[in-house]
Write a new protein. Sequence first.
Length: 122
Amino acid sequence: MALTFVLDEHLRGVTWQAIRSHNAKGAFLIDAVRVGDPTDLPLGSTDPEVLTWAEWEGRIIVSRDEGTMKTHLADHLKAGRHSPGVLLIRKGSRPADVALYLAAVAHASDAEEWQDQYRYIP
């Protein structure tokens, strides 16, 4: 079963378009939603709210918020919670490369590889 993602609010633009373009090709689809799409995860949700929602939904978070997301993830884990994982996009990454990386993560890895940690991509 492919892994799934939630994109942080600030990735609603070109990163989202790159995922849609990738999915339009019809192979190794990326199952992603954006903060603001699900009714129970509205725009303006805080990082702790996104972490909790992602935990409930089993979706790996994709973000550029290195400073705040890492800190909130540490707090989330210290509170005894868990996370499917957080993928932090490196500065200067091309959106098309991010989409390809997400497709590889979704279809060629296991959930345990990402759980309760953050990693920089691509």
